[in-house]
Every structure is written in C-alpha cells, then in structure tokens.
Ligand binder design. Structure first.
Ligand code: ZN
Length: 251
C-alpha cells in the first residue's frame, strides 16, 4: 500500500523536537510522498529546504490569505521554478478569520492563479466561508488543475467543483461527529479526490486535540472507505493514484 500525504506543514515549530524521527517513521509506514505546504515567505523557504533534504518530500509555494498583505509575486515566481516545487499553494480566501482585507485577499489570490497558469502548475486552494468568490475567481481565470484542500462546502458546491473537473481533498474533519461530509464522500467520483492531514492541525478522531501527523492518515482512509463501502486499501490506492496524476509524480 502506498499513501500520498498531500498537505502537511512539517516545517512548523510543533515538529521541531522530533521532525526527523517522525519523517523516518512516515516513510517506514506506507507513506510514499509528502507534500509540504508554504503559507508565507518563511514557510515556503522551509518547505523547499525539507524537500531538498528528503527525496520523497515535495513542496508547494504560496501566500495564504492570512498573509496576503505580504505577497511578493517575484518571490513566488522564482521559488515555483525550483525542481522540488510541484504546486502553487496554499492560496485562496478566508472570510472566516479575515486576517487580511477581503479586496487584498482576492487580488493576491488572482495574481497567484495567474502565476500557476503561466508556469502550468496545479493550484491548492484554501477556501473558508468563501466558496462563491473562490469559484468565481478560479473560473474567470480558466484555472484547470485545482484542488479544494480540506473541502468545506456543501453538496451543491461539491457538484459545481466536480463539474469543473476540479478535485476535492479530505482531512481528518471527515471523522468528526458533526461532520457533514458523508454525502460528499459518497458522490465524489473515484478519480476526483485525495487525502491529506493538514498537520499539525485537524487531528482526526480519536486523536482530536493532539498534534496531527501524516501517520494519522489511516483514520481518514478508514472513514472514507467505511462511507463508500470499500476497503481502506482501495481508498489509499485511489487517493495515491489521483494525487500522483494531479501533481504529476511517478507512481
Ligand atoms: Zn494548510
């Protein structure tokens, strides 16, 4: 069984004490690839550093909506061309916390979409309470290779995303009691989803509240397989193949 962790922040200080041991453990436990995600200048650089150190770690670079006011287009364009950088992200809109003004979030999101299209790279979207605006900005720029990381929309929005040919990515939130993801997990075509942890955040049940790590992907896999009425092995494989296709990594 091969597992692709498509969204982690292993450069964050929560991993300072045991980063190396944890990464080794992951690679000994079926995890084939880890995509480490940047959210600002510092974490983009740190993600690239991790990717340079480990063969099977790759990096994504982008300015998170929280950090939109610090956006630097030249920085992203330059870093995106590093051989281990395989996506632009996480980028998007966050109207839940609104840590940057909305108009700046939108402008910076759009500029980064344009860079991704110019460089022909997939886009990892952070969308919190901003479904329609994310959809509109991506659509009007004709973005094709798009994943909604930690999908949080309803079924109608999921259908719209799927009709565009975009992907849906599931985190540990699918294991929560108040999760409303069941129908979305059922309706998503088998070639349009993959999985992630968003470590160190969003630990799945029964690890909720603790630091998350890629090792907890098993809970996400189990929950999805239970809902779709298939085996965990099948879900791990589908997610792996879909993510390899999406990020153009060899299987
Ligand atoms: Zn993230």
């Amino acid at each position: 069984m091969k597992i692709f962790e498509t969204h982690a922040h292993l450069d964050f200080p929560q991993f300072d004490k045991d980063r190396e041991q944890l990464i080794k453990k992951c690679f000994n436990k079926d995890i084939e690839y880890i995509l480490n995600i940047g959210v600002d200048k510092k974490t983009c650089n740190a993600s690239i550093k991790l990717a340079e150190k480990y063969d099977r770690i790759y990096a994504a670079v982008g300015f998170h909506p929280h950090d939109a006011t610090d956006f630097n287009a030249e920085f992203i364009r330059r870093k995106a061309q590093h051989p281990k950088v395989i996506a632009i992200g996480e980028i998007g809109l966050d109207y839940y916390r609104n840590l940057s003004p909305k108009d700046i979030q939108k402008k910076v999101f759009e500029q980064q979409i344009k860079i991704a299209l110019e460089l022909n790279m997939p886009i990892i979207v952070h969308d919190r309470d901003a479904h329609e605006d994310c959809y509109d900005i991506l659509s009007r720029n004709n973005a094709i290779n798009v994943v909604f990381h930690c999908f949080s929309g309803d079924e109608v929005f999921a259908q719209k995303v799927i009709e565009k040919g975009w992907f849906i990515s599931f985190t540990g939130t699918v294991t929560y009691k108040n999760s409303n993801m069941e129908n979305i997990i059922r309706l998503v075509p088998e070639d349009k989803f993959f999985i992630e942890t968003d470590s160190p955040y969003l630990s799945p049940h029964p690890q909720r509240g603790k630091r998350n790590s890629p090792l907890n992907l098993q809970y996400v896999i189990e929950k999805i397989s239970e809902i779709r009425g298939t085996t965990p092995k099948n879900i791990a494989e589908l997610s792996y193949i879909n993510a390899c296709n999406f990020f153009t990594l060899s299987k």
